[in-house]
Design a binder for this molecule. Structure first.
Ligand SMILES: NC(=O)C1=CN([C@@H]2O[C@H](COP(=O)(O)OP(=O)(O)OC[C@H]3O[C@@H](n4cnc5c(N)ncnc54)[C@H](O)[C@@H]3O)[C@@H](O)[C@H]2O)C=CC1
Ligand SMILES: O=C(CO)COP(=O)(O)O
Length: 356
């Protein structure tokens, strides 16, 4: 079978008369993928990479040798290790910093903010505070317009020009339009939403279930089992998000079922890879060390398991993973006890659990 060459669809765009000025903070795979799209769309785009040598090397070679070595990036894309060169005088700042360092980076840029909009690309939850990235933005940069971008967006597929879609969620229509102008193209469709927490929770929570699916793959489970796990994951994550005020219908969209499907099916997902390594008998430290990249799901399991108990939300899959990963319980015994749980409603927004 021939592969369809989607790269042939790319036609060079004329630089707009007043191009959007975009900053991308974080030099990992996803920040690079989005920066490359913005540069290709004619935006004046500069990435902040904290390591000076890496930034110099990327400026010279237009390649991200650590995270995406096989891909040549747009010639117009700029790189710097100095926040002062990257943040002031921008229209949009895309933040692709892992959740553990997100607040720290926002504190560093706070004195340089004067009218820029902030868009989070990060799919995680802050340890200890249980803040989502949009909460951190509001705490550290009050008054700044903000949004979150989330969807089935495996970075390597995007830089390989494979078509994809995503969601920009914000209460500001102007911000949503600006992000669509910066990133939307024939290869990357940017859909809009106003449910910021729903979109953000979809991206963060699915990492939990990607770990479960990776473990399932290591145990060679059947398609029926994968399907059940994926669908019950969707039930569990939407139940949790609705408790936090999200709209359950958001989970029918790209940032919900879309991202859940992509991440739970793809060995490109770092969370799936962690689950696979655990299923093969590696311990958590070995699995994380072998990955060498961000896998937000490990911290997310910890946070969501604790919150589900505090909020009294039924989260059997998350809590089962917590017991396996952090309490050393045997995976097969835990899987069996999940199967032995009592009768439940299929879709509890249709038939409430209490009526089963
Ligand atoms: N890679 C992917 O396919 C996607 C990733 N995401 C999300 O984007 C976020 C970032 O992920 P990736 O870029 O893939 O991670 P990555 O592991 O590829 O890179 C993380 C980057 O953040 C930098 N970094 C870490 N701590 C920092 C600090 N204190 N100050 C400055 N820079 C720091 C690292 O040096 C590295 O360049 C994560 O929350 C992830 O869930 C979202 C969609 C897709
Ligand atoms: O969020 C992602 C794809 O949408 C990437 O998932 P991983 O962080 O598991 O690689």
């Amino acid at each position: 079978m021939n592969d369809f060459n989607f790269s042939a669809l790319i036609t060079p765009r004329e630089k707009p008369a007043t191009p959007l000025r975009v900053a991308v903070l974080g030099g990992g795979s996803f920040g690079t993928a989005m920066a490359n799209l913005a540069a290709r769309n004619g935006c004046e785009t500069c990435m902040w990479i904290r390591d000076e040598n890496a930034a110099k090397d990327m400026q010279q070679t237009k390649r991200n040798m650590r995270y995406l070595p096989d891909f040549q990036l747009e010639d117009s894309l700029q790189f710097s290790s100095r926040l002062e060169d990257v943040v002031p005088n921008r229209d949009i700042i895309l933040v692709a910093i892992p959740s553990h360092s997100y607040r720290d980076v926002l504190k560093q840029i706070a004195p340089m903010i004067s009218g820029q909009a902030i868009v989070s690309l990060t799919k995680g939850i802050e340890a200890e505070t249980f803040c989502l990235m949009s909460d951190i933005i509001q705490q550290e940069l009050p008054e700044v317009p903000f949004g979150v971008l989330s969807g089935p967006n495996l970075a390597k597929e995007i830089v390989a020009n494979m078509p994809a879609g995503t969601v920009i969620a914000s209460s500001s229509e102007a911000l949503r339009n600006a992000v669509q102008t910066a990133l939307h193209s024939a290869l990357f469709r940017v859909f809009a939403s106003s449910d910021v927490h729903g979109v953000e929770l979809g991206g963060a929570l699915k990492n939990i279930y990607a770990i479960a699916m990776g473990m399932g793959a290591a145990y060679n489970v059947g398609e029926n089992t994968r399907s059940m796990l994926l669908t019950r994951a969707l039930a569990e994550m939407s139940r949790f998000a609705v408790t936090l005020g999200a709209n359950p219908l958001t989970f029918l969209g790209l940032s919900g079922v879309g991202d859940l499907f992509a991440t739970c099916s793809s060995p490109l997902s770092r969370n799936y890879q962690i689950g696979y390594a655990l299923g093969q008998g590696k311990n958590l430290e070995e699995a994380v060390a072998a990955l060498g990249q961000t896998a937000e799901g490990i911290n997310t399991i910890r946070q969501v398991s604790a919150q589900s108990k505090l909020l009294d939300v039924y989260m059997p899959i998350t809590n089962a993973l917590y017991e396996v990963i952090f309490e050393g319980k045997p995976p097969l015994g835990i899987a069996l006890s999940l199967m032995q749980n009592g009768h439940r409603s299929d879709v509890e927004f249709v038939l409430p659990h209490e009526q089963v």
